[in-house]
Design a binder for this molecule. Structure first.
Ligand SMILES: [Zn+2]
Length: 315
């Protein structure tokens, strides 16, 4: 596993990492979190499926007093969940989507909803990591209100770290879906594909969900073969990135290939090609319009920038 800053490129780690919050596992089990919610020092953050609440003026986090937020929802659909402890005080999250309009308007006063992508690009690193964490947790609660085992409505448990089914007794934990994303190289060229629906001329490294009963390394070679017809080998793990859109964990790899003519095979890609260092370097500097790279917050861009740095240093 790579130490950071990255030893090859001196790049900072990918966005949405580095959250400094204590996740407070102890406070979840002993019921102490109810006291935390009533503590005047505790605060609550809010996010919905459109993004998270930031200050309309300075684009920093909006932290309301949790004792207020604990009472705002008359419907009972939005229970504050404990994110963790910050300087000894509780930090909670509520789902804007679940609030009645008046409660939502109250929380949104002086604030604006910013997409997680924009927040990831604009916030300091640990704050972007916190944004990803609370978004991932709220996404999971929003999508798992019913038991996957028996269909009954579930309730929040462990102050938001799990949900419990009152009918069959099952406990459900937050889901994280593993996705492999891989930089494939052959003779100083990169394999990049264009996904249908992407903005014009954007290409990126290939990626795909890990299948049940599959090693990550097997997922890498399978996805490359299925999407491009290219045989990749020797996948090596580089780093990972939380990607709560809505619940992925990106697992970044590098692999090699003996080349060949790539073809967009499985319908997910419009096009797939080998690109030279000069192609990718120019795209990185945004000096060409026929090739655009993924945005800087993505692990895809991290892998590409790391490769560029290594090519430069090896002359
Ligand atoms: Zn159940």
């Amino acid at each position: 596993m790579s130490a950071f800053p990255d030893e090859i490129s001196a790049l900072p780690p990918p966005a949405f990492s580095g959250m400094a919050l204590d996740r407070a596992p102890q406070s979840r089990h002993d019921g102490g979190w109810m006291g935390l919610l009533a503590d005047p020092a505790s605060r609550v953050l809010a996010a919905g499926s459109d993004g998270l609440l930031l200050d309309a003026t300075n684009r920093r986090r909006v932290a309301r007093r949790s004792i207020v937020a604990g009472r705002i929802d008359s419907s009972g659909r939005s229970e504050p969940i404990l994110l963790g402890l910050e300087n000894g005080a509780g930090l909670f999250a509520v789902d804007l989507d679940a609030l009645d309009p008046a409660a939502r308007a109250g929380l949104e006063r002086g604030a604006t909803v910013v997409s997680l992508r924009d927040a990831g690009a604009g916030l300091p690193r640990s704050e972007a990591g916190l944004a990803a964490y609370l978004t991932a947790l709220l996404n999971w609660h929003r999508r798992h209100r019913f038991c996957a085992n028996c269909g009954a409505g579930t309730t929040v448990a462990e102050a938001g770290y799990s949900r419990r089914c009152p009918r069959c007794g099952a406990t459900h934990f937050p889901r994280t879906d593993p996705v492999v994303i891989m930089l494939v190289e052959h003779a100083g060229r990169l394999l990049l594909g264009r996904r249908a629906g992407w903005p014009g001329n954007r290409y990126s490294v290939l990626a795909g969900f890990v299948s049940p009963g599959e090693l990550l390394e097997e997922a890498v070679t399978r996805e490359v073969r299925e999407e491009s017809g290219i045989e990749a080998y020797g996948p090596r793990f580089v780093t990972s990135q939380p990607w709560p859109f809505p619940s992925s964990l990106m697992l970044g790899f590098e692999a090699r290939s003996d080349g060949g003519e790539p073809r967009a095979l499985d319908g997910e890609l419009d096009d797939v090609q080998w690109f030279t260092f000069d192609d990718v370097d120019a795209a990185s500097a945004e000096t060409r319009s026929d090739l655009r790279l993924p945005p800087p917050i993505s692990i895809a861009r991290f892998l590409i920038d790391r490769w560029l740095a290594r090519q430069r240093s090896s002359g």
